[in-house]
Design a protein. Sequence first.
Length: 163
Amino acid sequence: MKIRFVIALLVVVAAMAAYGGTVLATNASGVTSTLFAVGHFDEIQAKTLSSSWQARISTKGESDLYVLENRIAPGGTFGWHSHPGPSLVIVKTGALTLYRADDPNCAPEVVIAGSGFVDNGGDVHLVRNEGAVETVVYVTSLVPRGANRRIDEPQPSNCPGVQ
């Protein structure tokens, strides 16, 4: 029993040393989310084609579709996170600033009311309200059936001042 305890303690100490005090996840703050609906779908094979436009949604396996509203207070942040599937995001009021971990410069991208962006899923990002008024955002997310819609992520090393 003592040997197991010592081994467990060594594993914890080694993990702490390996991370060097790095925060493993960043928290959301100043955000209020309202879930409007969740729908469950079998495999999706949808395709629309016209002479000037086309769209295609194709899934393998069952999916959950989330529709929600997020209200972000000035200074509010979602923290660093990812999603297991794509999200379509529409900014209704205010503006959001989006930071992507795969951008080596961690450059801010401002998304204003009446605009939107696509989160492809699997990419680590942070969204926050750097403005002076509340921002209202509508999100539709398609994820694998039963998966958590949001995955907390550690702060990337190329974005040291972005929280």
